[in-house]
Ligand binder design. Structure first.
Ligand SMILES: [Mn+2]
Length: 282
């Protein structure tokens, strides 16, 4: 077996490298279902998504993207997140790949606050680099650990074999990352994860949608059985909001071309909608 996985064979006819670039459009289409029923009772959150008197969500549109200029893409994401936070809103970043969370997390540094990072992912993402890239696939939690304003990293959903090598796991644990495998969650539910979040914490959530089981979200780069259920994902979002203040969230790594009959798009869109409702209630 070669050292490098053949990503193109996993992806079928999904072309690299910007494999998640069509996610924003697919997620926006899927969330239209919730938008059309906005005044209905949403059982995922226990009321209408936006109760009377709460602040609505605003679609800021797609950010410009250049498939050959990653530094400019990062600067664009960072600036947009900083601008949204500066007006007291909660940025919910939808779509894109693992390169999206890093500039989002970087932007949090402008506030002078310290954050608890809750990562939901099949992978721990502690590689120093992957295929020569330090700011993309599989590296975002290591980059987060290098940011002074990230005080705690809780990682949920790891399973099977991914990009992590034994030394990456060791580095994560040495840093103090709290790794809760998907199997841990299936055995003990989400309570122990939520108890790791200090009361009143500033929380940032990095939701890689491959943290959920591929039966829930088939539209991912590498499907890994044994992932979190939809309900567990929901509990993590609601439970985090009950522990502290959710300051920023991203939903990354959705690959619409690998989805099956929009099942994944609908599941992710529902979680995004709940996240909007939770932000509106803060
Ligand atoms: Mn992942």
């Amino acid at each position: 077996m070669s050292d490098k996985p053949d990503l193109s064979s996993m992806l079928g006819d999904v072309d690299m490298p910007a494999f998640a670039r069509n996610a924003p459009a697919a997620m926006r289409r899927a969330i239209g279902v919730d938008a059309s029923l906005i005044d209905r009772y949403n059982f995922d959150i226990g009321g209408p998504l936006f109760p009377d008197g709460s602040k609505p969500a605003v679609d800021c549109g797609d950010l410009p993207f250049d498939a050959s200029d990653f530094a400019t893409n990062r600067a664009t994401i960072r600036r947009a997140v900083a601008q949204i936070m500066a007006v007291g809103a909660v940025p919910i970043v939808m779509g894109g790949d693992d390169s999206v969370p890093i500039p989002m997390l970087d932007a949090l540094g402008d506030t002078g606050e310290t954050y608890t990072l809750l990562q939901i992912d099949a992978h721990i993402d502690w590689r120093n680099e992957h295929m020569g890239e330090r700011f993309g696939l599989s590296s975002n939690m290591r980059r987060a650990s290098e940011m002074g304003h990230i005080g705690q990293i809780i990682q949920v959903g790891a399973r099977g074999t991914g990009s992590a090598r034994p030394e990456d796991v060791r580095d994560a644990l040495d840093w103090g990352a709290q790794i809760v495998t998907a199997e841990d969650v299936h055995r003990d539910s989400t309570g122990p994860v939520l108890e790791m979040i200090p009361e009143g914490a500033n929380i940032v959530i990095c939701f890689d949608v491959d943290g959920l089981d591929p039966a829930v979200v088939p539209g991912v780069l590498a499907r890994a059985s044994g992932g979190l259920t939809y309900g567990q994902g929901l509990q993590l979002l609601r439970g985090a909001a009950a522990r502290g203040r959710i300051c920023a969230v991203d939903f990354a790594e959705f690959v619409p071309e690998a989805d099956v009959d929009n099942i994944g798009a609908l599941a992710v869109a529902r979680l995004v909608a709940v996240m909007m409702g939770l932000a509106a209630r803060q």
